[in-house]
Design a protein around this ligand. Structure first.
Ligand code: NDP
Length: 328
Protein backbone atom coordinates (compact mmCIF):
# COMPACT_ATOMS: atom_id res chain seq x y z
CA UNK A 1 0.00 0.00 0.00
CA UNK A 2 3.02 2.32 0.29
CA UNK A 3 4.20 4.91 2.80
CA UNK A 4 2.79 8.37 3.54
CA UNK A 5 4.44 11.12 1.52
CA UNK A 6 4.78 14.89 1.88
CA UNK A 7 3.22 17.11 -0.78
CA UNK A 8 2.69 20.86 -1.21
CA UNK A 9 -0.91 22.02 -0.71
CA UNK A 10 -2.92 25.04 0.41
CA UNK A 11 -4.51 24.88 3.82
CA UNK A 12 -6.98 27.06 5.65
CA UNK A 13 -6.58 27.74 9.39
CA UNK A 14 -9.16 30.53 9.54
CA UNK A 15 -11.88 31.82 7.27
CA UNK A 16 -11.32 35.15 5.54
CA UNK A 17 -9.97 36.87 2.44
CA UNK A 18 -7.75 35.24 -0.21
CA UNK A 19 -4.61 35.83 1.92
CA UNK A 20 -5.72 33.27 4.55
CA UNK A 21 -4.85 30.43 2.14
CA UNK A 22 -1.48 29.07 3.30
CA UNK A 23 0.93 26.99 1.21
CA UNK A 24 2.24 24.14 3.40
CA UNK A 25 3.81 20.71 3.28
CA UNK A 26 1.17 18.15 4.27
CA UNK A 27 1.28 14.40 4.76
CA UNK A 28 -0.71 12.33 2.32
CA UNK A 29 -1.69 8.70 2.10
CA UNK A 30 -1.29 5.92 1.52
CA UNK A 31 -4.81 5.34 0.14
CA UNK A 32 -7.16 3.25 2.29
CA UNK A 33 -9.29 0.43 0.88
CA UNK A 34 -11.47 2.33 -1.60
CA UNK A 35 -9.31 5.44 -1.93
CA UNK A 36 -7.12 6.61 -4.76
CA UNK A 37 -4.05 8.85 -4.66
CA UNK A 38 -4.38 11.23 -7.62
CA UNK A 39 -1.29 13.17 -8.75
CA UNK A 40 -2.70 16.42 -10.15
CA UNK A 41 -1.96 17.69 -13.64
CA UNK A 42 -4.55 20.50 -13.69
CA UNK A 43 -6.71 22.06 -10.94
CA UNK A 44 -10.07 23.79 -11.41
CA UNK A 45 -11.06 27.12 -9.84
CA UNK A 46 -14.69 27.38 -8.77
CA UNK A 47 -16.73 30.06 -7.09
CA UNK A 48 -17.61 27.61 -4.32
CA UNK A 49 -13.92 27.69 -3.32
CA UNK A 50 -14.39 31.34 -2.32
CA UNK A 51 -17.41 30.41 -0.17
CA UNK A 52 -15.35 27.70 1.57
CA UNK A 53 -12.49 30.17 2.10
CA UNK A 54 -14.65 33.05 3.35
CA UNK A 55 -16.79 30.88 5.62
CA UNK A 56 -20.08 31.43 3.77
CA UNK A 57 -19.97 27.62 3.54
CA UNK A 58 -17.85 26.95 6.68
CA UNK A 59 -15.36 24.08 6.75
CA UNK A 60 -14.07 22.33 9.88
CA UNK A 61 -10.60 23.88 10.35
CA UNK A 62 -7.83 23.36 9.54
CA UNK A 63 -8.87 22.22 6.10
CA UNK A 64 -7.56 21.70 2.63
CA UNK A 65 -9.31 23.61 -0.11
CA UNK A 66 -10.34 23.33 -3.78
CA UNK A 67 -12.72 20.69 -5.08
CA UNK A 68 -11.81 19.88 -8.70
CA UNK A 69 -8.78 18.45 -10.45
CA UNK A 70 -7.60 16.14 -13.19
CA UNK A 71 -4.59 13.87 -12.86
CA UNK A 72 -3.08 10.42 -12.89
CA UNK A 73 -3.69 7.54 -10.48
CA UNK A 74 -0.46 7.09 -8.49
CA UNK A 75 -1.70 4.50 -6.00
CA UNK A 76 -5.02 2.79 -5.30
CA UNK A 77 -6.50 0.88 -2.37
CA UNK A 78 -7.42 -2.81 -2.92
CA UNK A 79 -11.15 -2.03 -3.34
CA UNK A 80 -10.68 0.83 -5.79
CA UNK A 81 -11.70 -0.10 -9.32
CA UNK A 82 -8.98 1.89 -11.10
CA UNK A 83 -5.49 1.14 -12.36
CA UNK A 84 -2.28 2.96 -11.51
CA UNK A 85 -1.48 5.28 -14.41
CA UNK A 86 -5.12 5.89 -15.45
CA UNK A 87 -6.20 9.46 -16.25
CA UNK A 88 -8.97 10.54 -13.89
CA UNK A 89 -10.74 13.66 -12.64
CA UNK A 90 -13.01 14.65 -9.78
CA UNK A 91 -15.43 17.44 -8.95
CA UNK A 92 -16.54 17.80 -5.37
CA UNK A 93 -13.78 16.31 -3.19
CA UNK A 94 -11.91 18.78 -0.94
CA UNK A 95 -8.15 19.08 -1.34
CA UNK A 96 -7.68 19.95 -5.00
CA UNK A 97 -5.43 22.96 -4.30
CA UNK A 98 -2.24 20.95 -4.09
CA UNK A 99 0.06 18.61 -5.93
CA UNK A 100 -1.98 15.48 -5.13
CA UNK A 101 -5.06 14.34 -3.22
CA UNK A 102 -6.71 11.25 -1.77
CA UNK A 103 -10.15 10.74 -3.33
CA UNK A 104 -12.81 8.03 -2.92
CA UNK A 105 -12.69 5.84 -6.02
CA UNK A 106 -16.43 6.15 -6.63
CA UNK A 107 -16.07 9.95 -6.91
CA UNK A 108 -13.66 9.69 -9.85
CA UNK A 109 -14.48 9.82 -13.53
CA UNK A 110 -12.18 8.46 -16.23
CA UNK A 111 -10.93 11.10 -18.63
CA UNK A 112 -11.77 10.07 -22.20
CA UNK A 113 -8.93 9.84 -24.73
CA UNK A 114 -8.72 12.96 -26.84
CA UNK A 115 -9.81 15.27 -24.00
CA UNK A 116 -6.94 17.18 -22.39
CA UNK A 117 -6.53 17.29 -18.60
CA UNK A 118 -6.75 21.07 -18.59
CA UNK A 119 -10.17 21.04 -20.26
CA UNK A 120 -11.48 18.49 -17.79
CA UNK A 121 -10.22 20.44 -14.77
CA UNK A 122 -11.78 23.56 -16.29
CA UNK A 123 -15.08 22.01 -17.24
CA UNK A 124 -16.05 18.99 -15.16
CA UNK A 125 -17.68 20.65 -12.15
CA UNK A 126 -19.19 23.47 -14.20
CA UNK A 127 -20.33 21.10 -16.96
CA UNK A 128 -21.94 18.67 -14.50
CA UNK A 129 -23.72 21.65 -13.00
CA UNK A 130 -25.03 22.80 -16.38
CA UNK A 131 -26.08 19.21 -17.09
CA UNK A 132 -28.23 18.75 -14.00
CA UNK A 133 -29.66 22.28 -14.12
CA UNK A 134 -30.85 21.90 -17.74
CA UNK A 135 -31.82 18.23 -17.79
CA UNK A 136 -32.86 17.34 -14.23
CA UNK A 137 -33.80 20.41 -12.14
CA UNK A 138 -35.90 21.86 -14.95
CA UNK A 139 -35.88 19.72 -18.11
CA UNK A 140 -35.50 22.37 -20.79
CA UNK A 141 -37.27 21.70 -24.09
CA UNK A 142 -37.16 23.32 -27.53
CA UNK A 143 -39.25 26.47 -27.43
CA UNK A 144 -38.61 27.29 -23.77
CA UNK A 145 -37.30 30.74 -22.90
CA UNK A 146 -34.62 30.70 -20.23
CA UNK A 147 -32.76 33.37 -18.26
CA UNK A 148 -29.08 32.75 -17.44
CA UNK A 149 -27.43 35.20 -15.05
CA UNK A 150 -23.65 35.75 -15.23
CA UNK A 151 -23.84 34.19 -18.68
CA UNK A 152 -20.16 34.84 -19.47
CA UNK A 153 -18.97 33.05 -16.32
CA UNK A 154 -17.69 29.49 -16.11
CA UNK A 155 -21.05 27.78 -15.62
CA UNK A 156 -22.78 30.52 -17.63
CA UNK A 157 -20.95 29.92 -20.92
CA UNK A 158 -21.66 26.19 -20.71
CA UNK A 159 -25.35 26.81 -19.92
CA UNK A 160 -25.62 29.08 -22.98
CA UNK A 161 -24.15 26.49 -25.35
CA UNK A 162 -26.05 23.51 -23.96
CA UNK A 163 -29.43 25.27 -23.72
CA UNK A 164 -29.13 26.64 -27.24
CA UNK A 165 -28.40 23.12 -28.48
CA UNK A 166 -31.60 21.97 -26.72
CA UNK A 167 -33.56 24.52 -28.72
CA UNK A 168 -34.23 27.05 -25.98
CA UNK A 169 -34.24 30.80 -26.41
CA UNK A 170 -31.42 31.96 -24.13
CA UNK A 171 -31.56 35.40 -22.51
CA UNK A 172 -28.33 36.11 -20.65
CA UNK A 173 -27.11 38.79 -18.29
CA UNK A 174 -23.55 40.07 -17.87
CA UNK A 175 -21.62 42.86 -16.23
CA UNK A 176 -20.03 44.37 -19.35
CA UNK A 177 -20.33 44.64 -23.13
CA UNK A 178 -17.27 42.46 -23.62
CA UNK A 179 -18.76 39.73 -21.42
CA UNK A 180 -22.11 40.03 -23.23
CA UNK A 181 -20.34 39.46 -26.54
CA UNK A 182 -18.70 36.27 -25.24
CA UNK A 183 -22.05 34.91 -24.06
CA UNK A 184 -23.62 35.71 -27.43
CA UNK A 185 -20.88 33.79 -29.19
CA UNK A 186 -21.65 30.87 -26.88
CA UNK A 187 -25.31 30.86 -27.92
CA UNK A 188 -27.26 33.47 -25.97
CA UNK A 189 -29.68 35.14 -28.42
CA UNK A 190 -30.28 38.16 -26.17
CA UNK A 191 -28.04 39.79 -23.59
CA UNK A 192 -28.98 42.23 -20.83
CA UNK A 193 -26.36 44.41 -19.13
CA UNK A 194 -27.71 43.98 -15.63
CA UNK A 195 -25.65 46.77 -14.09
CA UNK A 196 -27.33 49.26 -16.44
CA UNK A 197 -30.65 47.86 -17.64
CA UNK A 198 -33.80 46.77 -15.83
CA UNK A 199 -33.68 43.00 -16.23
CA UNK A 200 -37.36 42.16 -15.72
CA UNK A 201 -38.54 44.90 -18.09
CA UNK A 202 -36.18 43.67 -20.81
CA UNK A 203 -37.17 40.03 -20.23
CA UNK A 204 -40.87 40.93 -20.64
CA UNK A 205 -40.06 42.81 -23.87
CA UNK A 206 -38.09 39.88 -25.24
CA UNK A 207 -40.80 37.30 -24.37
CA UNK A 208 -43.88 39.25 -25.56
CA UNK A 209 -44.82 39.87 -21.95
CA UNK A 210 -44.87 36.21 -20.94
CA UNK A 211 -41.61 35.95 -18.96
CA UNK A 212 -39.19 33.02 -18.96
CA UNK A 213 -40.03 29.39 -18.19
CA UNK A 214 -36.95 29.01 -16.00
CA UNK A 215 -34.38 31.40 -14.55
CA UNK A 216 -30.93 30.13 -13.51
CA UNK A 217 -29.69 32.57 -10.88
CA UNK A 218 -26.13 32.16 -9.58
CA UNK A 219 -25.76 35.78 -8.47
CA UNK A 220 -28.12 35.58 -5.49
CA UNK A 221 -28.79 38.73 -3.48
CA UNK A 222 -28.40 41.36 -6.22
CA UNK A 223 -30.54 39.63 -8.86
CA UNK A 224 -33.16 38.02 -6.63
CA UNK A 225 -35.99 40.50 -7.22
CA UNK A 226 -35.35 40.82 -10.96
CA UNK A 227 -35.36 37.05 -11.31
CA UNK A 228 -38.64 36.72 -9.46
CA UNK A 229 -40.13 39.47 -11.67
CA UNK A 230 -38.97 37.74 -14.88
CA UNK A 231 -40.76 34.40 -14.56
CA UNK A 232 -43.71 33.19 -16.63
CA UNK A 233 -46.74 31.50 -15.07
CA UNK A 234 -45.64 28.08 -13.69
CA UNK A 235 -42.04 29.17 -14.16
CA UNK A 236 -39.17 27.91 -12.02
CA UNK A 237 -36.72 30.02 -10.03
CA UNK A 238 -33.48 28.03 -9.80
CA UNK A 239 -31.34 29.77 -7.19
CA UNK A 240 -28.03 27.92 -7.50
CA UNK A 241 -25.39 30.38 -6.29
CA UNK A 242 -24.52 33.46 -4.22
CA UNK A 243 -21.80 35.39 -6.07
CA UNK A 244 -23.21 38.68 -4.69
CA UNK A 245 -24.36 37.23 -1.35
CA UNK A 246 -27.12 34.83 -0.31
CA UNK A 247 -30.63 35.25 -1.75
CA UNK A 248 -33.38 36.20 0.72
CA UNK A 249 -36.35 33.99 1.65
CA UNK A 250 -39.43 33.79 -0.57
CA UNK A 251 -42.85 33.72 1.11
CA UNK A 252 -44.88 30.83 -0.42
CA UNK A 253 -47.83 33.17 -1.03
CA UNK A 254 -45.58 35.29 -3.25
CA UNK A 255 -45.02 32.26 -5.50
CA UNK A 256 -48.79 31.78 -5.79
CA UNK A 257 -49.49 35.43 -6.51
CA UNK A 258 -46.97 35.50 -9.37
CA UNK A 259 -48.42 32.49 -11.19
CA UNK A 260 -47.92 29.28 -9.18
CA UNK A 261 -44.14 29.54 -9.45
CA UNK A 262 -41.64 26.90 -8.34
CA UNK A 263 -38.56 27.79 -6.29
CA UNK A 264 -35.59 25.49 -5.78
CA UNK A 265 -32.10 25.83 -4.31
CA UNK A 266 -30.23 22.89 -5.85
CA UNK A 267 -26.70 21.60 -5.29
CA UNK A 268 -24.49 19.46 -7.52
CA UNK A 269 -23.67 17.45 -4.41
CA UNK A 270 -27.21 16.04 -4.31
CA UNK A 271 -27.61 15.57 -8.05
CA UNK A 272 -24.35 13.60 -8.22
CA UNK A 273 -24.62 11.85 -4.83
CA UNK A 274 -24.95 8.41 -6.39
CA UNK A 275 -22.07 7.09 -8.42
CA UNK A 276 -24.53 6.15 -11.20
CA UNK A 277 -25.77 9.75 -11.52
CA UNK A 278 -22.21 11.10 -11.46
CA UNK A 279 -21.08 8.74 -14.24
CA UNK A 280 -24.24 9.32 -16.31
CA UNK A 281 -23.87 13.11 -16.20
CA UNK A 282 -20.13 12.96 -16.91
CA UNK A 283 -20.94 10.77 -19.92
CA UNK A 284 -23.47 13.33 -21.21
CA UNK A 285 -20.98 16.16 -20.76
CA UNK A 286 -18.06 14.35 -22.42
CA UNK A 287 -20.28 13.35 -25.37
CA UNK A 288 -21.30 16.98 -26.01
CA UNK A 289 -17.67 18.06 -25.64
CA UNK A 290 -16.55 15.39 -28.15
CA UNK A 291 -19.30 16.42 -30.58
CA UNK A 292 -18.18 20.05 -30.43
CA UNK A 293 -21.50 21.22 -28.94
CA UNK A 294 -20.03 22.30 -25.61
CA UNK A 295 -16.63 24.00 -25.69
CA UNK A 296 -14.86 24.73 -22.42
CA UNK A 297 -13.35 28.20 -22.51
CA UNK A 298 -10.13 28.34 -20.48
CA UNK A 299 -9.72 32.11 -20.32
CA UNK A 300 -7.37 32.40 -17.31
CA UNK A 301 -4.41 30.33 -16.16
CA UNK A 302 -2.38 30.73 -12.93
CA UNK A 303 0.39 28.70 -11.30
CA UNK A 304 -0.50 27.33 -7.84
CA UNK A 305 1.84 29.97 -6.38
CA UNK A 306 -0.57 32.68 -7.64
CA UNK A 307 -3.75 31.15 -6.23
CA UNK A 308 -4.40 34.17 -4.00
CA UNK A 309 -4.48 36.40 -7.09
CA UNK A 310 -6.77 33.95 -8.88
CA UNK A 311 -9.29 34.24 -6.01
CA UNK A 312 -9.01 38.03 -6.07
CA UNK A 313 -9.70 38.14 -9.81
CA UNK A 314 -12.66 35.76 -9.61
CA UNK A 315 -14.30 37.77 -6.83
CA UNK A 316 -13.56 41.08 -8.59
CA UNK A 317 -15.58 39.86 -11.62
CA UNK A 318 -12.38 40.10 -13.66
CA UNK A 319 -12.65 36.60 -15.18
CA UNK A 320 -14.74 35.02 -17.93
CA UNK A 321 -15.33 31.36 -18.68
CA UNK A 322 -13.17 28.89 -16.76
CA UNK A 323 -9.90 29.29 -14.86
CA UNK A 324 -7.26 26.60 -14.48
CA UNK A 325 -4.52 26.38 -11.87
CA UNK A 326 -1.27 24.67 -12.90
CA UNK A 327 0.06 22.47 -10.05
CA UNK A 328 3.49 21.90 -11.66
P1 NDP B 1 -18.31 32.61 -12.50
O1 NDP B 1 -17.25 32.43 -13.52
O2 NDP B 1 -19.72 32.64 -12.98
O3 NDP B 1 -17.99 33.91 -11.67
C1 NDP B 1 -18.96 34.61 -10.99
C2 NDP B 1 -19.61 35.70 -11.85
O4 NDP B 1 -20.75 36.19 -11.16
C3 NDP B 1 -18.73 36.92 -12.06
O5 NDP B 1 -17.82 36.81 -13.14
C4 NDP B 1 -19.76 38.02 -12.31
O6 NDP B 1 -20.09 38.11 -13.71
C5 NDP B 1 -21.01 37.51 -11.56
N1 NDP B 1 -21.29 38.36 -10.39
C6 NDP B 1 -22.41 39.10 -10.22
N2 NDP B 1 -22.34 39.77 -9.09
C7 NDP B 1 -21.17 39.51 -8.51
C8 NDP B 1 -20.53 39.94 -7.32
N3 NDP B 1 -21.10 40.82 -6.47
N4 NDP B 1 -19.30 39.46 -7.04
C9 NDP B 1 -18.70 38.58 -7.85
N5 NDP B 1 -19.27 38.13 -9.00
C10 NDP B 1 -20.49 38.59 -9.33
O7 NDP B 1 -18.15 31.45 -11.40
P2 NDP B 1 -18.46 29.87 -11.52
O8 NDP B 1 -18.76 29.53 -12.92
O9 NDP B 1 -17.39 29.14 -10.80
O10 NDP B 1 -19.77 29.72 -10.65
C11 NDP B 1 -20.94 30.43 -11.00
C12 NDP B 1 -21.94 30.33 -9.89
O11 NDP B 1 -22.53 29.05 -9.87
C13 NDP B 1 -21.42 30.61 -8.48
O12 NDP B 1 -22.36 31.40 -7.79
C14 NDP B 1 -21.35 29.22 -7.90
O13 NDP B 1 -21.45 29.24 -6.53
C15 NDP B 1 -22.53 28.56 -8.56
N6 NDP B 1 -22.44 27.10 -8.62
C16 NDP B 1 -23.42 26.38 -8.01
C17 NDP B 1 -23.43 25.03 -8.09
C18 NDP B 1 -24.57 24.28 -7.51
O14 NDP B 1 -24.66 23.06 -7.70
N7 NDP B 1 -25.48 24.91 -6.79
C19 NDP B 1 -22.35 24.28 -8.74
C20 NDP B 1 -21.39 25.15 -9.42
C21 NDP B 1 -21.43 26.51 -9.32
P3 NDP B 1 -20.56 39.56 -14.28
O15 NDP B 1 -19.37 40.46 -14.22
O16 NDP B 1 -21.01 39.26 -15.69
O17 NDP B 1 -21.67 40.03 -13.40
Amino acid sequence: MGEPQMIGAYRLHEHGGPEVMQWEQVELGPPSDAQVLVRHTAVGLNYIDTYHRSGLYPLPLPSRLGVEAAGVVEAAGPDADVEVGERVAYAGALGAYGQANLVAADRLVRVPGGVGDELVAAGLLKGLTACYLLTRTFPVRAGHSILVHAAAGGVGLILCQWARYMGATVIGTAGSEAKAEQAKQAGAQHMILYREEDVATRVRELTDGAGVNVAYDSVGKDTFQATLDSLARLGMFVSYGNASGPAPAVPPQELARRGSLFFTRPSLFDYSASSEDLQAMAGELFRLMADGIVAIHVNQRYPLAELVQAHRDLEARATTGSTVIDPA
